[in-house]
Design a binder for this molecule. Sequence first.
Ligand SMILES: C[S@@+](CC[C@H](N)C(=O)[O-])C[C@H]1O[C@@H](n2cnc3c(N)ncnc32)[C@H](O)[C@@H]1O
Length: 455
Amino acid sequence: MNAGLAVFLQLEGQPCLVVGGGQVAARKVERLLEAAARVTVVAPQLCPELAEHSHIQHRAECFQPAHLESVRLVVAATSDAAVNRAVSVAAQARGLPVNVVDSPELCTFTLPAVVTRAPIQIAIGTGGAAPLLARTLRTRIETWLPAGYSLLAALLARYRGQVSERITDPDKRRRFWEQVLDGSIAELAVSGQEQAAAQQLEAMLQHREPMRGEVYLVGGGPGDPDLLSFRALRLMQRAEVVIHDRLVAPALLNLVRRDAERIHVGKQQGCHTIPQAEINQLMIKLAGQGRRVLRLKGGDPFIFGRGGEEIADLAAHHIPFQVVPGITAASGCACYAGIPLTHRDYAHTCIFVTGHIKDDTLNLNWQTLVQPLQTLAVYMGVGAAQILTTGLLKHGMDPTTPAAVIEHGTTPRQRVYTAPLQQLPELVKTHDIKPPSLFIIGKVVTLRSQLAWRD
Ligand SMILES: C[S@@+](CC[C@H](N)C(=O)[O-])C[C@H]1O[C@@H](n2cnc3c(N)ncnc32)[C@H](O)[C@@H]1O
């Protein structure tokens, strides 16, 4: 079957006829009303959905060819095949475009599945061969296409006239729009920062400034690539250069644009391959060259990730940046280990705490950590298991408090072990636990015996 010619029909204020008063007809009526058509429904009876509609005209009659008088487009959506056929025959005899639901052989046009980011519309047709496939594709595009494309389209519409006036050479104009769409202006608009996008566009139009670089500080989550946010994935696909550290799982790096330059700044506990200040300088330098820089971090960039320091430096150098939150290790590991971090009966508070040792000690507020109905999620605790346990016990925590160790949480290498707190250091040693690992300490750990859905 030929797929036909894809067109967008202008139906604003145009009289259209829908024959049928059921649910299927109601969906077609909605589509026509979205296109601002004037809709008449011919059906002896209407389903409640249509009956409540104030924007349609209803003729409580059986279909007659006379109903086609002055009509621009026809849809037949009754459950009676003979009526549907009669509508098709009469409409075609008058040269009117007609669609008959679920009968491609009676149609002169089909209604595509549509993804809308007004005024943008993406129409998907299968020539009537596989409507379900069209719907599946629509769902995929829905999840992939950010809602902010509406804002981008509005911005382009707003400046279209001005740009045409100022840049009269069509080639130069095309290049100008390509730069807008390919750079920070489009990115700002899509992420909802319309004013900043408009300011940059105006500046570019007035001074024809070269494109500015920008930095995306993105939280890649604890390891499972399925836990990335849509925005994270989009920016990973846009960046020209990626700066990442050891914690970022290879499965995540595989999702970065293939031709992007990769710079490994291999931060590892106790051995910082590149000092933080140099990483900051590197980002500033690359963005200063006009490049789109992805700073990809494990987990969430603002939770034990030094993301705040990095963007403070960017802000001081007037480098545009965006921050994308990621699922932090505590959330990811707890979910995948079947340990709710809070629970009505076991924990009303959850504290995220670092086990990073400085000068051979753990500088923590122990009193705050040893409280009833509380969960502790300990990051970077592997090297500090003994000091941490001793500190908690010394400050009154019950030695039998349940504890869990989750290594490589959310990844195929995930391992989970549980033991009473007093045995935590031994547990780490016996199983040769290595970073990245997270400790969860508190009564919620007991729930794992019922909720461990990944094991
Ligand atoms: C420097 S912190 C970074 C935390 C990160 N920004 C976050 O929000 O998850 C590194 C620590 O996070 C924890 N971590 C990160 N990913 C993990 C994973 N997949 N499994 C277990 N722990 C993880 C470990 O405690 C690790 O030592």
